[in-house]
Design a protein around this ligand. Sequence first.
Ligand code: PGA
Length: 253
Amino acid sequence: MFRRPIIAGNWKMNKLLREASDLASGIVKELSLIKNRDVVLCPPFTALQMVGEILNSSSIFLGGQNLFYEEQGAYTGEISGCQLIDLKCKYVIIGHSERRQYLKETNLIINKKIKQALKCGLFPIFCVGETDKERKERKEKMVVERQITLGLKGIESPRNIIIAYEPVWAIGTGNTCKAEDAENMHIFIRGIISKLYNKDLANSIRIVYGGSVKPDNIDEIMSLPNIDGALVGGASLDVSSFCRIVKFKCKKF
Ligand code: PGA
C-alpha cells in the first residue's frame, strides 16, 4: 500500500519573528519544486500567523505544536483547535515527550487533545516513545502499546492521525535509534492498529520516526519499509539541513 511520505519540522521554543521569517522563506524557496511528499512546518504559536502567510504561496503545510482539549473559554494561556484552524494549520503535534515530561501530560490528556483536534478538522501528529530507562528494562513495546491504546481510546477512526515514534533517548541527543530497532517498532505499531481497528487501517496509517534525524541518516531511515517520514527537531532549524532531509533519496517512493 502506498503511503505518502511526510516530513514535519518541529521548531519547538525557538526563533524570534525575524528568524522565523528567514527560515520559512528560505525553506519555501528551496522546496518550490518538491513533489510527492508532504512537508509541514510547526513554528511556535507566536510565529504561526507570519509563517502561515509565507507558506501561502507554497505547497508546504502549517502545524501547531500543541492545543488545548476544550473548545473555548476561561483557560488562560491555552490555544484551541479552532484557533489553529483559523490560522490555517492543517496539522498539530500532540503528546510530544517534552510535554509529557515537563508539562506532565498524561495519556488521558493526550487522548482528549487528539479527540478535540479531530473534531476541529486537524490532523494530529501523535507522538509516542519509551525513555532510556524503559528501553534498558526492555519495556519499550509495553510502553508504546499503552500510549497508543490509551491515546486512541474512544476514537472511531484514526485515519487522519499520523503516529510519530520518537524514542525519548534519541531526541536531541544525536543517538538515532538503530534502523532495525526503528523498523521493528513501526511494524509493532502497525500490529497494534490492526488489533485496535483493522488490517487496512494498519496498512494505510502513516507512522513516522523522530529522534536526531539529520541529513546524513535520513536516506537510511526512509529506506525502511514501514517508516513513512520523519518528525525533525534540531535539524529543522536550518534551511539547508531541513531541505536536505525533505529531499531524502530512497527507491521506495
Ligand atoms: P530532534 O527532535 O530531531 O532534535 O531529536 C525531534 C523531536 O523532538 O521531534
